[in-house]
Design a protein around this ligand. Structure first.
Ligand code: TPP
Ligand code: MG
Length: 893
């Protein structure tokens, strides 16, 4: 029975605990942290074996990972670095403020860089190594909306002019401006990696680091200690892509990878985890995944206080507070902090009794303390065996004071009045007078000032300026490689093959080529067998950084699952997002590494553009090159798989991506022409393009290439088979694409035999190309109205093509409709709008009304509209072709 007071839990006797603690302290002092760690681990195991319930936690206390005594000396001149940082802060702020004065609501962010400044600057002054002739350089993904800070630094470095800063977010001004965020497309000499779509840069960085290793293991680049740095926001980590691939980084022991998470505890609307602790949450996630986690929570100001806290009360208190409350402390007075933070225990109050309210309020956090940040980065670059994440605690809008520091509205804060500007100026000691301040002028100290000298010297020491994008690869000098593709131009001599099989044999041949073979990088997300690519496993091996540590179950078979350290295939497992990130690393290697890597990323077409189009958009921004292959494509060509798998969408989703050439080839020779020309354009002519090619799994005999078809194949259409009947007055032009081309050919026969209609059949390899050409011509004509009008390619093709027009595609009807206005007459479009079904091909093509019967039927209806046949011909077609007029509409059923 206890007599009133709460029972004291067993094992909490203070004297006993103290004894244990003292033992630990003495091991620590006498033998060091490693010894202490070993003893603790032994004790933990012993306790576990004895049935002691030891709670699992991947967390460490809410304190800095690196204690002060293990902190290296800061090698720089802290005062001058502070002044440089202040200047950058000012110019970054001025950029946004000025832009919004000129044009209301032009946007821009102040508070993100304000929180990240120290995290960036320590990197710029001490870590980020530029590319030089001797060294490949580190790769840095900058937090996208912190771009004003990166520009402001480049301005101090003398790389950007006042004029350019003036035109931040006004890129169309004469002389050009600066893009809102990192976009290599818009600033190809500056930005290397697009990062502003949240979550993409972490996953791209992981696969970039892995790809760097792949290149080393395959002997394509020398081994170096170059690092990949990714600066991301704490709110950003909510994106599934941000954390979705972190186990890969640990599994691959990517100690060339460093994440820095700017933990300002805020995102756009408010706190990231008001009721929790984002740093602890991320620590557990990353540690659980096998990363080296370095927490940088408290600045040096806290060290003496923590030292006085011999009982561990302060760290305990730090761990109790939720982020929402921490955010509140960042906007409150010292008195408030004393009362609400330290006031929970008189012993805590005692720890800070000698500190006045104002210094108490200003106690600096870890992410704002260069010494702490330097220590973390140094540990990160020296760490071996796993990737590192630095979780750095900062304040959003740091330095903005009343108008934004730590406030929920701070993310959107872009306007400062005169007083606010003056306050900011004074806080950071910018030498601008009160009068001038109102204008928010840019400020760069003279060239011979200590600041500029120091900054230049630091960058020189680190090899040059970062970021900076240069295309290092020389154009490929290829000997004539017709031979490689010749067999595909000649047809399959009656042998039935699918375009996927054709693609795989083409790939195999390319990989054997002595010139470009080694540059080919096949990427698959666990679909190699689906596409019949398993023969490549044995031929070139699957890349594995550790080789193959087991005997594969199928080792006795010809096509066994061969993993090898120099394996060429990137078998990524079931991650299209990861695979496309590899594609991005490979497709930009011509710039990043000076290597003309040619990636072929083949995926289930429905899980391509539909699922990962934002990453594909980013690869376009990044000027990636290479081939995307949409496998098992077509809404009615992939039999059986049903609604989620049957792709009738991807060619429509490819439309918005400006540099993506999209093709839907039907035959081996079409694919050969497209891939051959793609290699020429991308790697010999250095064009910033990439290709999307759909390949099917329907086997049929591949014809040989008709004479002179190349040009049409590449431009988007050519006449594949003209009718031999030149006398008929009933004429039609049938447009087929991909697998549906063969339906058009069958329709041609039906029309001829049953209805005396002479039809020509066209293969439309790319509606997107036709559309691009048509719009380009139309625009030219608009702007050159007094000159002889140009004629779109579609119009040229069809100028003398008699009869009615019917188009059929395995994709949406919108594709033929896109180009219909450049056709000399109306076109009836058949396509596969709607949800797929699990069914066989014939039933699917009937359901979606794209088979030969519907093509023939639509032709007759068009002829009737034109008055060329009467209704009895249409009635005959309905009967003979068994057309169900009451069938459900596939679009709505
Ligand atoms: C995919 C995506 N969704 C939304 C946004 C809009 N957005 C830009 S910044 C931001 C908040 C960022 O918060 P955090 O990652 O914590 O960065 P901080 O500014 O706090 O450093 C949001 C939602 C975006 N850029 N990308
Ligand atoms: Mg944040």
């Amino acid at each position: 029975m206890n007599n009133g007071g709460p029972a004291k839990p067993v094992g909490t006797d203070e004297v006993e605990i103290r004894e244990w603690e003292e033992s630990l302290d003495s091991v620590l002092t006498d033998e060091g942290p490693e010894a202490a760690g070993n003893i603790l681990e032994r004790l933990r195991q012993r306790a576990q074996l004895a049935g002691v319930p030891t709670a699992f936690t991947a967390n460490t206390p809410y304190a800095n990972t690196i204690p002060p005594r293990l902190q290296p000396l800061f090698p720089g001149d802290q005062e001058i670095e502070r002044r440089i940082k202040s200047l950058i802060r000012w110019n970054a702020l001025a950029m946004v403020v000025r832009a919004n004065r000129v044009e209301h609501n032009i946007g821009g962010h102040i508070s993100t860089y304000a929180s990240a400044a120290t995290l960036f600057e320590v990197g710029f002054n001490h870590f980020f190594r530029a590319h030089t002739d001797q060294f490949e350089g580190d790769i840095v993904y900058f937090q996208g909306h912190a771009s004003p800070g990166v520009y402001a630094r480049a301005f101090l470095e003398g790389r950007l002019s006042v004029g350019q800063l003036e035109n931040f977010r006004r890129e169309l001004k004469p002389g050009g401006g600066l893009s809102s965020y990192p976009h290599p497309w818009l600033m190809p000499d500056f930005w290397e990696f697009p990062t502003v779509s949240m979550g993409l840069s972490p996953i791209m960085a992981i696969y970039q680091a892995r790809f760097n290793r792949y290149l080393e293991d395959r002997g394509l680049k020398p081994q170096t200690d170059a690092k990949v740095w990714a600066f991301i926001g704490d709110g950003e980590t909510d994106e599934p892509e941000a954390l979705g691939a972190i186990t890969l980084a640990a599994r691959e022991r990517l100690d060339n990878l460093i994440f820095v998470v700017n933990c300002n505890l805020q995102r756009l609307d408010g706190p990231v985890r008001g009721n929790g602790k984002i740093i602890q949450e991320l620590e557990a996630v990353f540690r659980g995944a096998g990363w080296n986690v370095i927490k940088v929570i408290w600045g040096s100001d806290w060290d003496p206080i923590l030292e006085r806290d011999t009982e561990g009360l302060l760290v305990q208190r730090m761990g109790e507070i939720v982020d929402g409350e921490y955010q509140k402390f960042s906007v409150e007075s010292g008195a408030y902090i004393r009362q609400h933070f330290f006031g929970s225990d008189p012993r805590l109050l005692k720890l800070v009794e000698e500190i006045h309210d104002e210094p108490l309020r200003k106690l600096r956090l870890g992410g704002h303390d260069p010494r702490k940040v330097y220590a973390a980065y140094r540990a990160a670059v020296e760490h071996q065996g796993s990737p590192t994440v630095v979780l750095a605690r900062t304040i959003k809008g740091y330095g903005l004071g009343e108008i934004g520091e730590g406030k929920n509205i701070t993310h959107q804060q872009k306007k400062l009045n005169e007083d606010e500007l003056r306050e900011f100026r004074s806080r950071f000691g910018i030498p601008i007078s009160d009068d001038d301040c109102a204008d928010a002028p840019f400020y760069r100290p003279p060239e011979d000032s200590p600041e500029i000298q120091y900054l230049r010297a630091r960058r020189q020491e680190l090899g040059g300026y970062v970021p900076s994008r240069t295309v290092r690869a020389k154009p490929l000098q290829l000997a004539e490689h017709d031979e490689l593709f010749r067999e595909f131009l000649e047809g399959s001599e009656g042998r039935e093959v699918s375009t996927t099989m054709v693609f795989v044999s083409m790939l195999r041949k390319l990989m054997r080529d002595p010139e470009i073979g080694k540059l080919i990088v096949p990427i698959v997300p666990d679909e190699a067998r689906t596409f019949g690519m398993e023969s490549l496993f044995r031929q070139v091996g699957i890349y594995s950084s550790v080789g193959q540590l087991y005997e594969p179950v199928d080792v006795h078979t010809l096509l066994y699952y061969k993993e090898a350290k120099n394996g060429q295939i990137l078998e990524e497992g079931i991650t299209e997002a990861g695979s496309v990130s590899s594609f991005i690393a490979a497709g930009s290697a011509y710039a990043t590494h000076g290597l003309n890597i040619i990636p072929f990323f083949i995926f289930y077409s429905m899980f391509g553009l539909q699922r990962i189009n934002d990453l594909i958009w980013a690869s376009a921004d990044m000027r990636c090159r290479g081939f995307l292959l949409g496998g098992t494509s077509g809404r009615t060509t992939l039999a059986g798989e049903g609604l989620q798998h049957q792709d009738g969408n991807s060619h429509v989703l490819a439309l918005p991506i400006p540099t993506l050439r999209a093709y839907d080839p039907a035959f081996a020779y079409e694919m050969a022409v497209i891939i051959k020309d793609g290699i020429r354009r991308m790697y010999q002519e250095n064009e910033s393009l990439f290709y999307y090619i759909t390949v099917m799994n329907e086997p049929y005999a591949m014809p040989s290439m008709p004479p002179n078809a190349d040009e049409g194949i590449l431009k988007g259409m050519y006449r594949f088979r003209a009718s031999e009947n030149k006398k008929s007055t009933l004429r039609a032009q049938l447009f087929g694409s991909g697998a549906i081309l063969r339906e058009a050919l069958k329709a041609q026969e039906i029309l001829e035999e049953k209805f005396k209609v002479a039809a020509d059949v066209w293969s439309v390899t790319s509606y997107k190309e036709l559309y691009r050409d048509g719009s380009e011509v139309e625009r030219w004509n608009l702007l050159h109205s007094s000159e002889k009008p140009r004629v779109p390619y579609v119009t040229q093709c069809l100028a003398n093509a008699p009869g009615v027009f019917v188009a059929a595609t395995d994709y949406l009807k919108v594709l033929p409709n896109l180009v219909s206005r450049w056709m000399p007459r109306r076109v009836a479009s058949l396509g596969t709008d709607g949800f797929g079904r699990s069914e066989g091909r014939a039933a699917l093509r009937d359901f979606f009304e794209v088979d030969s019967r519907f093509i023939a039927f639509a032709t007759l209806v068009e002829l009737q509209r034109e008055g060329k046949v009467d209704s009895s011909a249409v009635q005959k077609a309905i009967k003979e072709l068994d057309i169900d007029l009451e069938k459900p509409n596939p679009l709505t059923s």
